[in-house]
Write a protein that binds this ligand. Sequence first.
Ligand SMILES: N=CN[C@@H](CCC(=O)O)C(=O)O
Ligand SMILES: [Zn+2]
Length: 410
Amino acid sequence: MKILFYNIKELFQVRENNTSILKGSEMKELPSIKNAFLVVENDLIADYGSMENAPTDFDESVDVSDKMIMPSYIDSHTHIVYACNREQEFVDRINGLSYDEIYKRGGGILNSVEKLRKTSENELYKDAANRLEELIALGTGVIEIKSGYGLSLEAELKMLRVIKKLQENYPVKIKATFLGAHAVPPEFKDNQTAFVDEICNVMIPEIAKSGLADYVDAFLETGYFTVDETRKIIKAATNNGLKSKIHLNQFTAINGIEMCVEENVLTVDHLEIVTDEDIEALKKGKTIPVALPTCSYFISIPYTPARKLLDANLPLVIASDYNPGTTPSGNMNFVVATSCIKIKLTPEEAFNAATLNAAYALEVQNEYGSITKGKKASFFITKPLHSIYAIPYNFGSNLIETVYLHGIKQ
Ligand SMILES: N=CN[C@@H](CCC(=O)O)C(=O)O
Ligand SMILES: [Zn+2]
């Protein structure tokens, strides 16, 4: 099946194959073709160019007059498998409690753990599938989903099986991450060392054997897991053939980034608090920084100093962090908008951070993240727009009209 998309007002993120991750000022450019065509053959991008060169042989055609095409968003950091919303904590924060105070009262992540352990796999699947369907309509075509609300081997496997079922049932590319070290569960309350040992010696080997996870994560933060504990977890992951992606610097900078770079961690995520030493450490390695600006928005914490990272010629990825506590939204259009409005990324930088660079954060850069011959035909068509800037500018509107994933209209 060959589909011709014609009269595209502007086709964005058009790249030659093997474009490297974009760093610093390279992120300013978002290559596009105006008045373009795009040919999709089965699930792949087969051709593209200016309308005057559009082919005449095809099985189907789609008129894209006045509308634009962008490769699907890649959301490299989410927690969309969870049991209940945490609206009460939201109101508690409005009334003055901090995220940390709520956690210390047994709320926060532990609130979600208690609920998830009591919820059936089917129920979890149904809720996560509903969330995923909403995200597909909002333009996400590749997503990472973490466990981390089970905190026992059994409950973590339950979450990972839900993710596997989503992988089987949806045309979205999904990467799964085991986040056993998200918080210390009640049964290990007085023995955090034993919990870390359990993660390293029991959970990671079992989960690696199950094939249910692509990555391992940990919450490296004051009051959660230390640099040394996280290093142990990363090493256990490496020994079991899994790379790591680490939550850190959300509230405090405690030299976690330096360790993560030393251990060749794939991404470091959050980075609301970043020191000059952290930037120097990132410059020495390949670890990719990931900002989660809608988390800052929702719980009123500082925004990642993105400009400082770009000025240091580092790459940048943006992701949603969709979870019931700090970011109950996975709308990547809003992530792009927040990046522009609050951390002063230009729209070009924000779209690069949410597509091409984000593909590197999930190691799917050979298949997704740009309009490139041979990559998967996963993209969205906008409503009629004056310019692509409308997506961050009209931050409260959904300007996506149609979504194609792997060449199929959703
Ligand atoms: N900070 C750690 N984990 C999540 C929040 C989890 C929760 O509050 O449920 C985050 O990335 O923000
Ligand atoms: Zn997170």
